[in-house]
Design a protein around this ligand. Structure first.
Ligand code: CTP
Length: 399
């Protein structure tokens, strides 16, 4: 079940910290996801970003005061907005607003609204490192966690005040990611899931390797979706440009052999394995230590078959659910069906690669799911995120 924030009412609370400029970008990201965003800002936030900026980008009036001002009835709407909100994100959250919320103080538009709202609230602390690490702020954050608020830990780095350490507001993409996590149903809680992603690289010599165009997008989308839904996720990834997903144990490998070792090590302890990686089928029989001169390549290189990791898992399988992928250029049903049987899988996700909307590196996929009972399900073109959730839905239903 994909958590869709489209058409949801999101309240963005902005308090007076230098990172307020980043909340403009966050607002744009929310709008891109087709949410309805309303902004509540503190008076101090206005020192950093003008109210008009938020008003123009959110296409909604901004609330900045508890009292009615001419031409802006947003000010007195805190109760109505609280009732309508699906989620609240306070970014940046200063030490001051954190202290006020922890203490139940309601002396301005934002703090009053927070007391009235029952929807999930995410807080993004952002301040100088010493302030963040102070006993008072840490004590208040602990209180907020206990009260059910979601705290998104600040990242570490150079801060605007010149110090280095924790206190930076996380990037807008990470905040959106945690919002999706917070709003997702936790229907995979207590499940351990192992996902593989990306290509493998099999070096012939220090400067050449055999590989394929897999970007890792499909496997990473599955790992993220499973984490959103509460699973304990390990991602074994071949070389990929994608960032480690938040809260996912990501193990980076290069070759099929390394991927195999990492997967076999985890296998006994997991409930579900989803093998989205495009594993190279062959490697050099012997990897040359020095660069092979071009005229010698044909003679110097001979290939050896790699282990089929998934097939090995199929042999070892006890009560784990095994899901494979079949990337084909023709005869999808025949080829995917054969792999499903040969590798002792519960389900295989078949797709025809090579088109602009399906396969390697595309953002979308057109897949057919083949089940071990012989049934198949053809899916429409969808984003890899949506396909990831559909695969997890089918697993939860018992494949
Ligand atoms: N796979 C694997 N180890 C390999 C090759 C493939 O674990 N050495 C897994 C892939 O992760 C995928 C499934 O097996 O889940 C099918 O991979 P695919 O490349 O489509 O098929 P192959 O079995 O390699 O067969 P062929 O290349 O002949 O189509």
């Amino acid at each position: 079940m994909k958590c869709d924030i489209k058409n949801k009412n999101i309240i963005l609370g902005v308090s007076g910290g230098i990172a307020a400029y980043k909340s403009v970008e966050l607002l744009r990201l929310f709008k891109k996801s087709e949410t309805n965003v309303r902004v509540i800002m503190t008076q101090n936030a206005k020192w950093f970003v003008g109210q008009l900026t938020f008003e123009a980008l959110s296409e909604n009036p901004v609330s900045d005061s508890l009292f009615l001002k001419e031409g802006n009835d947003a000010s007195i709407k805190h109760i109505q907005w609280a009732q309508e909100a699906d989620a609240v994100v306070i970014a940046p959250a200063t030490a001051n607003i954190i202290g006020k919320i922890a203490g139940g103080i309601a002396d301005d538009a934002l703090s009053t609204f927070i007391l009235a709202v029952t929807a999930p609230i995410l807080i993004c602390p952002s301040m100088n490192t010493n302030m963040y690490e102070s006993k008072a702020v840490q004590r208040n954050l602990k209180t907020l966690k206990k009260d059910g608020f979601t705290i998104i830990d600040p990242s570490e780095g150079e801060l605007a005040c010149g110090t280095t350490g924790p206190g930076r507001m996380p990037e807008p993409e990470e905040i959106l990611d945690r919002l999706l996590w917070r709003l997702s149903p936790k229907d995979l809680q207590n499940k351990k899931i192992l996902v593989t992603a990306g290509p493998t690289q099999e070096h012939l010599d220090p400067v050449r390797f055999i590989s394929n165009p897999s970007s890792g997008k499909m496997g990473y989308a599955i790992a993220k979706a499973a984490e959103y839904r509460g699973a304990d996720v390990t991602l074994v990834s071949g070389p990929s440009q994608l960032l480690d997903p938040v809260n996912v144990n990501t193990i980076r490998v290069k070759s099929a052999e390394e991927m195999g070792s990492a997967v076999f090590e985890q296998f006994e302890t997991v409930d579900i394995v989803i093998k989205a990686a495009a594993v190279s089928d062959y490697r050099a029989d012997e990897q040359a230590k020095q660069k092979i001169k071009k005229d010698a390549i044909e003679k110097a290189v001979s290939l050896k078959k790699n282990i089929d990791i998934l097939k090995e898992l199929g042999k070892k399988k006890k009560d784990q659910i095994l899901v494979g992928f079949a990337a084909e250029t023709e005869s999808l049903e025949k080829n995917a069906g054969k792999k499903l049987k040969d590798k002792n899988l519960d389900m295989i996700v078949g797709n025809i690669v090579g088109g602009p909307t399906s396969g390697f590196a595309a953002d979308t996929n057109v897949a057919t799911l083949f089940y071990k009972d012989g049934k198949k399900e053809s899916l429409n073109e969808m984003s890899k995120e949506a396909l990831a959730h559909t695969i997890l839905d089918r697993i939860i239903k018992g494949v």
